[in-house]
Design a protein around this ligand. Structure first.
Ligand SMILES: [Ca+2]
Ligand SMILES: [Ca+2]
Length: 471
């Protein structure tokens, strides 16, 4: 029995299921462990070239870990990884990951980097070897073959260069977000292990290379998709000539009913990058759109939310809401914080950005919890905002049930808004049209889970694959 033999209503129903599947929210899975370094170097490997001074350290506060140089604070949480030394050296920091076999709709790598080159120039020879007469003063980020020497820059070993300092760059720059599209690389490597490598070499003068908020994300098929495909496969196996159409129709009707009844559900490590549309975010006046020029640069898309400056009506509310992948049981999902990159384009007084969990989808008297505000200055820069999902960080509005109940699923609407007061609607008091940019809305566990939790499943799967291959 092959799928090609199925015909008529079965095919039409399969097409309908495919459409339903395509319309499902594109949740994105984070496939790297401890990308924020809040659990130290769990999941990461460090290596220093023989004879090096210094290494990659865990860095907190505003002083570099070895030379005591002034550096910016970690952009996410309280810890970042940072190379530092008081003498020449070459250092790498890497993590291996398996490209999911469902990575068919793209992949992206995102990270924040700080560059503190205390020499008077960058020097970028095609080597990470510091112990040569050639001047070498550079940092770079690559995806490399895990079989290669960790310091290799051989073209056959470097599968993708995601970032590199170059002569002429600013010598010292605060944390900047780098976003790279690795879709073609992931498509060519489904099921393969790849290595994300951060490297810094210096033999001229001190060089700090800071890293935080590392995300390797792939669109994840929703539970609905998996359920639907599983039923399809089951149907194909069970069908017999003559009865195949009726059986197929019954099975697919059940699958579609299950799909429409399945509640939306927040998933740990999901991230909305807005690279393929609005990701189910809405705005009452339609003043939300996807624009280019996000935190990752000119090609990075973000959600732009507007306020029409009228001072009244829904267009005056600086707000966006989601009733899909950002509602559900945060407790069961293990999500204890929501983080995002936000930018205030033009609102001089500064924005008070909050997240809101509402218990329903009704009017402005819907019971809700409103978070404390993140103060967003009108400086034209992207800022990384973290909202811990703890009762202490929220204000009850309109007499909601206990916070724990709302977090555990008694919610139907998730909002991001600007309001100087804790309200479940946005401010309608901005005297001019105001624009808020939002990107990389990320569901996190804080403190981040250890290596074992996150790696157990992928490692077991990888082990199984290896065993099968070697059998
Ligand atoms: Ca961090
Ligand atoms: Ca984006």
């Amino acid at each position: 029995m092959t799928v090609q033999r199925l015909s008529g209503p079965f095919v039409r129903l399969a097409a309908a299921l495919a459409v339903a599947v395509a319309a499902a929210p594109p949740a994105r899975a984070q496939i790297i462990t401890n990308g924020g370094f809040e659990a130290g170097f769990a999941g990461w490997t460090r290596q220093d070239q023989l004879g090096s001074n210094g290494t990659f350290f865990i860095q907190s506060g505003t002083t570099s870990p070895s030379s005591g140089t002034a550096v910016p604070a970690p952009p996410g949480g309280t810890q970042a990884a940072m190379s530092d030394s008081v003498a020449p050296g070459s250092h790498v920091l890497y993590q291996d990951f398996v490209v999911p076999t469902f990575a068919i709709n793209g992949g992206s790598v995102r990270f924040d980097v700080f560059v503190g080159n205390r020499a008077n120039a960058f020097f970028a020879p095609a080597t990470l070897d510091f112990s040569t007469p050639t001047l070498n003063q550079q940092a770079r980020v690559d995806i490399v073959s895990p079989a290669a020497n960790p310091f290799s820059l051989a073209p056959a070993d470097v599968l993708a260069n995601l970032y590199q300092t170059a002569p002429g760059n600013p010598l010292v720059s605060g944390y900047n977000t780098v976003t790279a599209d690795v879709t073609s690389l992931f498509l060519a490597n489904q099921g393969n292990t790849l290595r994300l490598r951060f490297a810094e070499a210096d033999n001229v003068f001190m060089f700090q290379f800071g890293i935080d908020n590392v995300i390797v994300a792939v669109p994840e098929p929703s539970a609905v998709v998996l359920c639907g495909l599983g039923l399809l496969a089951g149907a194909a196996r069970r069908l017999r000539p003559g009865r195949r159409i009726i059986r197929g129709a019954l099975v697919l009707t059940a699958a579609l009913a299950a799909a429409s009844a399945a509640p939306a559900q927040v998933v740990l490590n999901q991230i909305d990058t807005f690279e393929s549309g609005m990701a189910n975010w809405q705005n009452p006046a339609g003043l939300a759109s996807v624009q280019a020029g996000g935190p990752g640069g000119a090609a990075d898309h973000f959600l732009q939310v507007g306020n029409d400056g009228s001072g009244s009506g829904s267009g005056s509310l600086l707000i966006t809401f989601n009733q899909s992948q950002w509602v559900g049981n945060y407790t069961a999902a293990g999500v204890s914080a929501v983080e995002m990159d936000i930018k205030n384009f033009n609102y001089g007084p500064g924005m008070a950005v909050r997240i809101v969990l509402r218990t329903g989808t009704g009017g402005q008297f819907t019971p809700a919890y409103v978070s404390n505000a993140f103060a967003l200055p009108a400086d034209g820069n992207w800022h990384h905002a973290a909202f811990p999902l703890t009762a202490a960080n929220f204000t009850a509005v309109n007499s909601p049930p206990p916070f724990a109940n709302v977090l555990a699923g008694a919610n139907a609407d998730f909002r991001i808004l600007h309001n100087t007061l804790a309200q479940e609607i946005g401010a309608s008091t901005s005297p001019t049209a105001a624009i808020l940019g939002i990107d990389n809305i990320h569901a996190l566990a804080v403190p981040e889970p250890g290596t074992l939790t996150l790696c157990a499943v992928p490692l077991a799967a990888a082990a199984l694959r290896r065993r099968r291959h070697s059998a």
